[in-house]
Design a protein around this ligand. Sequence first.
Ligand SMILES: Cc1cc2nc3c(=O)[nH]c(=O)nc-3n(C[C@H](O)[C@H](O)[C@H](O)COP(=O)(O)O)c2cc1C
Length: 478
Amino acid sequence: MTRRIRFNAFDMNCVAHQSPGLWRHPDDRSHQYKELTYWTDLARLLERGRFDGIFIADVLGTYDVYGGNDTAALRQGAQIPVADPLLLVSAMAAVTDHLGFGVTTGTGFEHPYPFARRLSTLDHLTKGRIGWNVVTGYLPSAARNFGAADQLDHDERYDQADEYLEVLYKLWEGSWEDDAVVRDAAAGVYVDPAKVHHIGHGGKHFTVPGIHLSEPSPQRTPVIYQAGASSRGVRFAAENAEAIFVAAPSKRVLARTVRTVRDALVAAGRDRYAARIYALATLVPDATDEAARRKHQEYLSYASVEGGLVFVSGWMGVDLSHYDLDDPIGEVHSNAIRSIVAAFQESDDEGREWTVRDIGRFAAIGGVGPVFVGSGETIADRLQEWAADTDVDGFNLAYAITPGTFEDVVRYVVPVLTERGAYRTEYEPGTLRDQLFGAGDRLPDDHRGARYRLGAPDSTVLPDELSREPRQAVAATG
Ligand SMILES: Cc1cc2nc3c(=O)[nH]c(=O)nc-3n(C[C@H](O)[C@H](O)[C@H](O)COP(=O)(O)O)c2cc1C
């Protein structure tokens, strides 16, 4: 049977998300990120292309690792200025019916209580099309602006994220019963208090005794996305994620990453295919291979190696301005994104060692994923070959220019894959989770979040008689 390929669009509320320098291209509209019409036009386009969703990245700091300050990042517009990802969703949801929304927020910067409500609100407003990309952060500049001297240690950030998710699962899955809202006009009862439960959470980082503020939304827990690829990150993803973003510069590294992730899903007691895996890639299609090659060359003429190094320094947590451009990357220790360091410490698919210049040039279009250039047929061949050889479910598509790259994908690549039976011909009905797995709107019973449902083993819900006592009494027992 022909293997089906899925697409996600990768964007961010800023200019030239993963293509530093390309904001100078005359056809790039990324500087219009401040206008709703940029986002609503893009959402319509992606839905026309039957993408699974749009994934909106975010950081809460500047890329000030390169050169030890934020001068180069600002000059390059390297994900700065950057605006809020969540506020874009309602507008895009209003002009689409099926497109999913994967929004990124970090677990280190906001208390889970108001965050739980914001995502429930978006799940209601999108009719169940919201996903959350759980990130633990990697920029020390973000931590500093929240009052810390530095970010927590790499693995500790994941430990804290574990508890963050525990609080959220308790609020989303265990607080309100499905039939709690009765809207009984005759009896004058809007909510049946017996069906709303105080979650009773007390942990190392958070104390949340009360109820969730929102009533149950179509999916309750949003689709959980994750992109950590270190060994601790993979364990976290395997326990929580339903969609996993991976990024690797070569097919060999990608295949190994996917195998590791799928093995980890099994080790976490889940099915090998319980999470959809999307690999980062940038496509440069045109009517012919030759036209696409010319277009790629033109894009490269705008790409900024310095901008690429600003990003990679931030991702690696290593100031690459100290290296000679022709130095190999060698042995470095990272407290940022360990998997990216490891990926570049391997030779590329041709067996060459990566130098600092190679990395800067490579990352200047589409970050650390491959760039496929050619006609729709040529690119479809590559995507099908990579999917078959690496076992990914699909691709998370960065852009060289926006929306031009996505227009080209919808125009040249989607029809070829569809013709080959490798791409969906229409959206299935239902929520984002149902679109991804065809197994309903809610988390499956073998997912970690299900353990916090009312009556499930890890529920800490307070007994009714305690939670409905006058507040004084509850405080005394808590
Ligand atoms: C494709 C991809 C997209 C990511 N997007 C973000 C993002 O938007 N914001 C962020 O803080 N981290 C982002 N990350 C970083 C990861 O979520 C994770 O925090 C990081 O990889 C560190 O974990 P690791 O060392 O386990 O890989 C992304 C990683 C990848 C591979």
